[in-house]
Design a protein around this ligand. Structure first.
Ligand code: BGC
Length: 528
């Protein structure tokens, strides 16, 4: 009984009430405006210069790569010209040592190598033809340029973008730490390594994964509605949304298409409330942050995304293990354990190592509703070498994981709800849904994550249960890759037509679908 009571006391610290949600939304709206006014604020609100999306009739073969948090993905996308596409895909885990490499080139040469392997495996004809041409044509100028793959580079870290394929890294997140790369143009870093391998590839477009998700979802989403927001809830978290240019008060460098009056903004909401005005802060959050590679930064992300949730659960469990008054994963004798055994934790268990508890275990815990929690106990053994956990232990673990997951979902609703309110779309006199495209392991695999988000959205003043029903959150699987290919295509078309200014070119390729992504009304919705 003591264990159940103690678990209740601890999990209560992760409650995030309706009142908290509403306070969070107000603060999120405030920090959004602040970020639109000036640089250097916690919500970066980065203008992406993307003011439109292609209309689905384009054809061609494009390459897209995606450097996310955990994996590097390479894919080729054949756009069929009728809004459909075919995707070939490969994925490799990023070696941990490269995430904290000394030189940027250590990481980027690895990425270029993966592109080479992918081309050799899936596009050998194209690749070989290119090598033959190289050997037979005496000058590089002699190559037929259309034989070169246009590559869309999804780079899922905060970048100050200066053009379609130019942008400097502002800071690393998600456990990466290669100071040498900060302030450098990440497209140039990748192109250098591609050129070193003499690959027929040109980095044509740079895009954040949330922008890619937004583009891809808008391209494929059902109905006439355009997508308002693309969001990632995976290793990291972030969102990009369609904003009125008139609301962007800080200067936008360079020229851009003004005809739509809209621009996609990469919020970088992982850094929302770094100043800790309203974010919940348990002793576990504090410990996680202090021991991270970037203390004080990405404070929202550290409470919401997959990379961190498992670690919060781990810190809670380790704390409970230290408490002599309760017997978590500990039996005095076999009579205390419903399996008539005694629990053992292997000394090398991930439970005793930073980042040793993978968030996927939380999804398993949330999904297991069997009477004896057999999946949880099996997984505790498999992933954490905790042998013969009792039913009580499994229940305590499930409750802790649930509390941490639920708080994350409700915090996610703060970001989504604030952006819906900011768009003013709820004031539209239409039945059309407000479309949000999401991707990432958490939202895809954590059971009921979306349901918990909806529940919190319904509690937001200015949205309510009726407003929440109008919000459609749909999965945009691999959206970031498809979105990157779409932007690479826009860039390639622009190049073909000799358009130097990407932004002006967009003017002619923008689609109607996109322009109604935001409400007609100029009145921002406010809540009191
Ligand atoms: C990065 C964002 C990215 C998000 C999701 C965050 O850590 O700062 O740029 O969009 O993770 O991958």
């Amino acid at each position: 009984m003591a264990l159940a009571e103690e678990t209740k006391r601890i999990t209560a610290q992760f409650d995030y009430t309706d009142d908290d949600v509403n306070k969070g939304v107000k603060e999120f709206l405030r920090q959004m405006s602040e970020g639109l006014e000036r640089d250097g604020t916690s919500l970066s609100q980065i203008p992406t210069y993307v003011t439109g999306v292609p209309n689905g009739t384009e054809k061609g073969l494009y390459l897209a790569v995606d450097l996310g948090g955990t994996n590097f993905r390479v894919c080729s996308i054949h756009l069929n010209g009728d809004t459909t596409f075919n995707l070939t895909y490969s994925k490799v885990a990023i070696p941990k040592e490269l995430m904290v490499a000394k030189q940027a080139s250590d990481l980027f040469s690895f990425l270029a190598k993966q592109i080479e392997l992918f081309l050799r495996k899936h596009h050998e004809d194209h690749f070989e033809a290119h090598i033959r041409r190289r050997q037979t044509v005496s000058t590089p100028e002699g190559y037929r340029d259309e034989q070169i793959f246009r590559l869309g580079f999804t780079f899922s870290f905060p970048v100050q973008q200066y053009g379609i394929n130019k942008g400097t890294l502002m800071r690393w997140t998600k456990g990466f730490d290669i100071p040498d790369a900060v302030g450098k143009d990440v497209c140039a870093l990748l192109q250098q390594e591609i050129d070193r391998l003499r690959l027929p590839v040109k980095v044509a477009a740079l895009v954040n994964d949330t922008v890619g998700t937004l583009m891809a979802r808008s391209y494929t989403s059902p109905g006439k509605t355009s997508t308002l927001l693309g969001a990632i809830f995976g290793t990291g978290t972030n969102g990009a949304y369609v904003e009125k240019v008139s609301n962007i008060k800080k200067p936008i460098e360079g020229d851009y298409d003004k005809s739509t009056g809209l621009m996609v903004i990469n919020t970088e909401w992982g850094s929302f409330d770094n100043q800790m005005n309203i974010l919940p802060n348990t002793s576990y959050d504090i410990e996680l942050d202090q021991k991270s590679v970037n203390p004080g930064i990405q404070m929202f992300e550290k409470r919401v995304s997959g990379m961190f949730l498992g670690e919060i659960v781990r810190l809670v469990i380790v704390d409970m293990l230290k408490n002599p008054k309760i017997s978590l994963f500990r039996d005095d004798n076999s009579s205390q354990n419903d399996w008539k055994s005694t629990t053992t934790i292997a000394p090398e268990s991930g439970l005793f190592k930073q980042w040793g508890l993978d968030s996927s275990l939380m999804s398993i815990a949330a999904a297991d509703n069997t009477p004896d929690y057999s999946s949880i106990r099996q997984e505790l053994e498999k992933q954490l070498q905790i042998y013969a956990a009792s039913l009580e232990d499994a229940l305590a673990f499930k409750d802790v994981a649930y509390a941490v997951g639920r708080r994350a979902a409700r915090l996610s609703a703060v970001a989504l709800g604030a952006i819906v309110l900011q768009s003013g779309k709820l004031n539209d006199k239409t039945d059309e849904p407000i479309d949000i495209g999401v991707d990432g392991s958490l939202v895809e695999h954590y059971p009921f994550f979306r349901n918990m988000i909806y529940e919190a959205l319904a509690a937001i003043e200015g949205i309510g249960p009726e407003g929440a029903k109008r919000i459609r959150i749909g999965i945009a699987k691999d959206g970031s890759g498809v979105g990157a290919a779409l932007i690479a295509l826009v860039a390639a078309n622009m190049e073909k037509k000799g358009v130097v200014d990407y932004l002006n070119y967009i003017k002619t390729s923008v689609v109607e679908k996109f322009t109604n992504a935001i409400a007609e009304t100029d009145e921002p919705t406010t809540i009191v």
